[in-house]
Write a protein that binds this ligand. Structure first.
Ligand SMILES: Cc1ncc(COP(=O)(O)O)c(C=O)c1O
Length: 373
């Protein structure tokens, strides 16, 4: 490893925390002094502000992004015997939530540009049992929502946006999470808006869905000790809400920094590898910056030897995961997702990544491409 550089991680949470340590500690102290640790003032404030940020009418804080997805499906009465269309190229939780409510995940291949559901392939997967589509705005880049919403309307399907990686991403002037029936967010620590523990969030523009979600995340109860349905214990605690309130304040600055890092990668990395595209009028908040190349594993090894982290999101598409073997999919069923899973590589990206660190990463990659491109 180059002696001038410490090792460079995928994300440096400590650097972000160092900057926000004082306001975060002040907010935590306020919670400690309040004596209210679950479903209190901070959580309520966060629900209002995040909903406002996403430009949705209602917001519900929950325990994590996976619960957000599960609760959303339940709020839309999706369960046993129903089918839900989604992408095989996502984090496991997207498919897992569908299975958790007793429904069947039905995968549809992705398109090469957005890494999201290919709208041209959705209709052939719709059956009488299809109730919903879960789109995933992977890496912070929006799915092709216009076409997907049209298909959903035509076929009377509800749309859940898995915006777990995409808070703040705009699509035709709207924020993701406010376009479909429901938007789901993860505030896992490494996310663009991250708590210091697990946390999640749900947005909707529908009052009845909001009321149902609020009830379901709190044991199916509207009034203490009166339970109208079987719910879950999936509340967002006050300490995490307080931390998120501080971080929300800085979110746009941090997203801007991510976009600058991404721009520098795109302008300076070798054209011999595929870089993320941003179609005109679209946006990308770069939760991940992913490149594609045939010798992905070799490059990853070279980066590692030079002290630079890289990661594969995700090496095994959901239809080939052991947990979904019961769905009887085979290798070759979704060639685009499978092909990309073999070539994708995420590079370090975080707001405090310095120019020097980035120049170092770029020079390693470009040197590698010169002899391996
Ligand atoms: C696309 C996607 N969906 C769902 C989740 C689940 O979120 P959580 O880890 O907060 O349960 C994540 C986060 O890891 C994600 O990236």
């Amino acid at each position: 490893m180059d002696k001038e550089h410490d090792s460079i991680p995928m994300v440096d949470l400590q650097a972000e925390l160092n900057l926000l340590r004082t306001p975060i500690l002040e907010m935590i102290t306020e919670v400690l002094d309040s004596g209210s640790y679950i479903m209190g003032e901070k959580g309520e404030k966060l629900e209002k502000l995040v909903a406002q940020y996403v430009n949705a009418s209602y917001g519900v804080g929950v325990a994590n992004g996976t619960d957000a997805l599960q609760l959303s499906l339940r709020a839309l009465n999706i369960g046993d015997g129903d089918e839900v269309i989604t992408t095989p190229f996502t984090f496991f939780a997207t498919g897992e939530a569908i299975a958790q409510v007793g429904a069947k995940p039905v995968f549809v291949d992705i398109d090469e540009e957005t890494y999201n559901l290919d709208p041209n392939k959705i209709e052939e997967a719709i059956t009488e049992k299809t109730k919903s589509i879960i789109v995933v705005h992977l890496y912070g880049k929006a799915a092709r929502m216009e076409e997907i919403m049209d298909i959903a309307k035509l076929n009377n399907l509800r749309v859940i946006e898995d915006a777990c990686q995409a808070i703040g991403t705009e699509y035709s002037g709207e924020r993701v999470g406010s376009i479909g029936d429901i938007g789901c967010f993860s505030f896992f620590p490494s996310k663009n808006l991250g708590a210091l523990g697990d946390a999640g969030f749900i947005t909707t523009n529908q009052k009845d869905t909001y009321q149902k979600l609020s009830m379901l995340r709190n044991h199916g109860s509207e009034e203490k000790y009166h339970h109208s349905s079987i719910g879950m214990n999936s509340r967002l605690d006050e300490i995490q809400a307080a931390i998120l309130l501080v971080k929300l304040y800085y979110l746009d600055i941090f997203l801007h920094k991510r976009k600058e890092v991404a721009k520098k990668y795109t302008e300076n990395l070798s054209d011999l590898l595929k870089k993320p595209s941003i179609p005109t009028g679209r946006e990308h908040t770069f939760h991940q910056y992913c490149i594609e190349l045939d010798k992905r594993d070799d490059l990853s090894e070279v980066l590692k030897k030079n002290g630079v982290a890289s990661a594969i999101y995700y090496p095994v598409p959901l239809h080939l995961q052991k947990a979904f073997a019961y769905l009887n999919y085979r290798k070759g069923d979704f060639p685009i997702a499978e092909n990309i899973a073999g070539k994708i590589l995420a590079l370090p990206i975080f707001p405090m990544l310095s120019y020097q660190q980035q120049d170092y990463i770029i020079s390693i990659i470009n040197t590698f491409m010169l002899s391996n491109g």
